[in-house]
Design a protein around this ligand. Sequence first.
Ligand SMILES: Cc1cc2nc3c(=O)[nH]c(=O)nc-3n(C[C@H](O)[C@H](O)[C@H](O)COP(=O)(O)OP(=O)(O)OC[C@H]3O[C@@H](n4cnc5c(N)ncnc54)[C@H](O)[C@@H]3O)c2cc1C
Length: 311
Amino acid sequence: MMAAERNVGLMERLPVARGRIAADVPIHKYTWFRVGGAAEVLFEPADLDDLATFLAGLERDIPVTVIGVASNLLVRDGGVAGVVIRLGRRFADIRVEGDQIAAGAGATDIEVARACRDAGLAGLEFLSGIPGTIGGALRMNAGAYGREIAEVVVSAEALDRKGALQALTPADLGFGYRSCAIDPDWVFVACRLAGTLGDPSAIAARMREIAEARAESQPIRMRTGGSTFKNPPGHTAWRLIEEAGCRGLAVGGAAVSDQHCNFLINTGGATAADFEALGEEVRRRVREHCDIDLEWEIQRIGEPLAPGGGQ
Ligand SMILES: Cc1cc2nc3c(=O)[nH]c(=O)nc-3n(C[C@H](O)[C@H](O)[C@H](O)COP(=O)(O)OP(=O)(O)OC[C@H]3O[C@@H](n4cnc5c(N)ncnc54)[C@H](O)[C@@H]3O)c2cc1C
């Protein structure tokens, strides 16, 4: 079936919503890699009620995919079937209350870190270097410089596939290394994080240190997806990749960064297929070199292009 026919059928089956619903929306412009096909439908809810009502009315066989700012996503070239939900600014409220901060899932990690800095709330500086949203940080248990969000979450809220609001404790979230146990169909909408009262200028200094360390060691100004593979127990992925001789390796417009071997970069004109083929070649070489299987940290979603280029 052609993409256009596919979208018309799906649009007619969707519940009415106040937010923006559009068919066949190119996703590459939203992704850090700047690659990927179209969302069959993209839904940007007007607010929490709008999203809850939409989910409640959505037929169960229609797939749902949530995205944040797609800093950890490789969207395949054939696009994503079903409804892609993007929360955006209407879910980005931030409120500091005592030694806690309440944040919408669409708020970015850097905004939360800055609000903590301004209010003198220490312990969340690590969020300042992670270029995602709070929703993505919860899903991925994002972390850096020895801390991860699991250590600071007090509670979270998510809408389940039927649109019911679920209040979640840290135990419910079941965090692991770059993972959480919540059903992938559920949409995080908010959370509450804890810090400790501290001095804003010391917090600002720590955030500057983090920014400088990142600028030195990571290609943060490039089109990249951050760490491509998880660190295997007892090893660092970048070192294994380097030792397997993959520094600078390229497939089409996708290359292993010279600056940080666990980052893949778009050197121009890359496709998602280039990135996936490059990642698999890196995995193959590392396996051959040291018998270790690297696991993708980047989430790959959607379908490859069908032979001949159609969807
Ligand atoms: C330059 C660079 C540096 C990076 N450094 C780090 C780092 O130091 N530490 C680290 O942990 N990560 C790092 N990352 C990866 C990435 O920023 C994190 O994984 C981030 O948490 C992803 O957030 P996002 O909003 O972009 O989510 P997306 O990439 O859009 O999505 C990631 C996953 O989260 C899910 N998701 C997103 N929003 C929601 C929601 N509201 N409800 C439910 N599920 C949702 C998606 O379905 C997907 O499974 C880096 C990436 C880049 C490009």
